[in-house]
Design a protein around this ligand. Sequence first.
Ligand code: SF4
Length: 347
Amino acid sequence: MLKPSATRSPLDASAEFRAAIRTWFEKEGRDYPWRRTREPYAVLVSEVMLQQTQIATVLGRGFYTRFLERFPEVTSLAAADDDSLLKAWEGLGYYRRARMLRETARAVIARHDGRFPTEPDALLALPGIGPYTAGALLSFAFEIPAPLVDGNVARVLSRLLDHSAPIDAGPTLKWLWDIAGQLLDPDHPRAYNSALMELGQTHCRPGVPDCLACPVAHFCQTRDPARLPVKAKRATIEAIDEHVIHSLHEGQILLSRQGKGRREGMWRLPVRDPALLADLPLLHRRKYGITRYRVTLHVHSCPPDHPAAQAGPDDAWVDLDEIATRVMPPADRAALAALDPDAEEIA
Ligand code: SF4
């Protein structure tokens, strides 16, 4: 259903627009733990966690609070070893983000004596800090006017201004940052940026938005919000199979430590060439997604004297009661939880 187009543009009536969205946010904004702090390190942790991970996941499973208890300040994070860092991040995925967060902490200590800089250029020069994170730190931690554009803000702005070019194309990205800068509230950047993001998480959600309850509907130029934002064609999802072994011997299980790459430092069930596993029964099967892949994980039962169970340089026999302390990708963890030495064959 088409909605009426508003007669006022947020660009022409920016003061009224800012006041409307801020008043709404002050009354109805959600109370997240990261909104109760102005500590830049805590703001940064929340922002990095929320990249690609839902708020409900970060909150519901206590990741944010637990991480800050484990690493309460830049110094403790900078000193973290790989195992404790990945363990604290386990379940959030995208483990490179955790390592990059540690790199940021180390650079803050090395370059700025452990205090986050408040100049945009100095922030942007830190590893792992892009324009979005710099805008979040400046506005949320320091109340310095700085625009930010994430997926929620991009959706809201493209609808408010009825902009139908693909939002993930270079010229539109530039346009979005320009508009975000023009509309920014110079006196209340923290509340304003939070409000814009919150609007995108609530009323102006993906798909069909709730325009009737929207606090800035009278500024919104689009008549057909559900078709916005337009996105460039997505990469196609590719289905792949992964064959791993479940090999037990005298209270131990064979695991494989991952080398360079997305899962560096994590422990997995050893991946083997399926040709080597032709004579082994299948114990378990599950699907999971990673980047643009839809993976089917096949877990084969493998006796310890089978050629596939020969430990390679990255493999190790690990005590079964130690598994909980090893950092593992969620799919491997879930497969192990579903299995025990008496599991029945399924094929
Ligand atoms: S919720 Fe509707 S009225 Fe409000 S900004 Fe989004 S599209 Fe416009």
